[in-house]
Design a protein around this ligand. Structure first.
Ligand code: PHE
Length: 351
């Protein structure tokens, strides 16, 4: 039996044939299994002798089957490796490359420029309450400036009775940061803001970046230097000049609107780029209105939980999308949020 079993196993050519042999010898009704059953009728001496032999036989047959199986599988792999070839030098199929959206790109540039000047990044919620967005910024309920914001209001007040809205500017982050962190402060707050407005230069959602510095003895000179340094770094040229115009924001006093001037020959981003929104003047400068700013109003410092006799500061706010348009010569803000890859490609944002 032993010789017969081992010979058949060695000759088996397929896994199926091997399985048949396994059943024939080791299966429930297999010949070795049947022999095992006869042990019961033997005397103890016979049984221990025959039992040992049968056990050894059973193990030997099982090992032989396993070994034959390994050999067959190795041979199968061998032949597959021989028949299938893989050309490792073949170039991989080209994958489309993703890229950074111009708005994200500009946000990153801004964060980097301000980080060099020691500004940390602060954030606040896009769903804001009326108090942070308006009241604490010196715009009480009846203030006419509120009407200019085209605010998206939520229809119902929240559980605490607060009127909720989509923040219309990043300025509420000024209040939140003063209340949370105290003074001194040097932060920027980039993020999404919302106003019910839509045309070539306005979208209902757009991006702003807020800046806030609170310290002792801060004055307009600090504001001007900071903005000049920032704008030169952002537009990557040294010959830009600033024009500070008196303006009005309820949360700054005095308030200054800032225009950037650059020599008409070159445009803000160098010769190759188109200039949008620039208008010439007598000394060959084009001016672009870029941001609103001013010294933080005493009342706002108080709303931020600080003593305005001890702490002073300046703040500024500007549209990130607008800065991107000016730097990269884009003329329709709506296209920023259409997700059209052809537009990205045209402005060099997709490889
Ligand atoms: N929050 C103002 C706006 O949205 C911009 C601004 C910020 C002006 C900070 C002054 C100081 O128009």
């Amino acid at each position: 039996l032993r010789a017969e079993a081992l010979a058949r196993i060695a000759e088996a050519q397929t896994l199926d044939a091997l399985e048949e042999h396994r059943l024939a010898y080791l299966g429930k009704k297999g010949s070795i299994s049947l022999l095992m059953k006869t042990l019961g009728g033997m005397s103890p001496e016979e049984r221990s002798e025959a039992g040992a032999k049968l056990n050894a036989l059973r193990t030997e047959v099982a090992d032989a089957i396993a070994a034959r199986k390994d050999t067959m599988e190795a041979a199968a792999l061998e032949s597959r490796l021989a028949s299938e070839t893989l050309d490792l030098s073949l170039p991989a199929p080209e994958m489309p490359m993703g890229s950074v959206h111009p708005v994200s790109q500009v946000m990153d540039e801004l964060a980097e420029i301000f980080a060099d000047m020691g500004f940390a990044v602060a954030t606040g919620p896009e769903i804001e309450d009326d108090w942070h967005n308006f009241t604490a910024l010196n715009m009480p309920e009846s203030h006419p400036a509120r009407a200019m914001h085209d605010t998206f209001y939520f229809p119902d007040a929240d559980e605490q009775g607060r009127q909720m809205l989509l923040r219309t500017h990043t300025s509420p982050v000024q209040i939140r940061t003063m209340l949370n962190e105290g003074a001194p402060l040097r932060i920027i707050a980039p993020g999404r803001v919302y106003r019910s407005d839509s045309d070539a230069t306005h979208t209902p959602m757009f991006h702003q970046i807020e800046g806030l510095v609170i310290d002792k003895g801060i004055h307009l000179g600090h504001l001007k230097w900071t903005l000049e340094t920032f704008l030169k770094a952002f537009f990557e040229r040294d010959d830009i000049v600033l024009r500070l115009r008196p303006s009005y924001f309820p949360f700054t006093e005095p308030s200054v609107e800032v225009d950037v001037g650059y020599s008409m020959e070159r445009g803000p981003g160098g010769t190759s780029r188109r200039v949008v929104g620039g208008s010439g003047d007598d000394d060959g400068h084009a001016w672009m209105e870029v941001l609103g700013s001013g010294m933080v109003n005493r009342r706002v410092i108080e709303f931020g939980g600080l003593d305005p006799d001890e702490w002073q500061g300046f703040a500024f706010g500007t549209g990130v999308d607008r800065l991107a348009m000016l730097k990269y010569g884009m003329d329709d803000l709506r296209a920023f949020f259409d997700g059209d890859l052809r537009w990205m490609k045209h402005y060099g944002f997709v490889g």
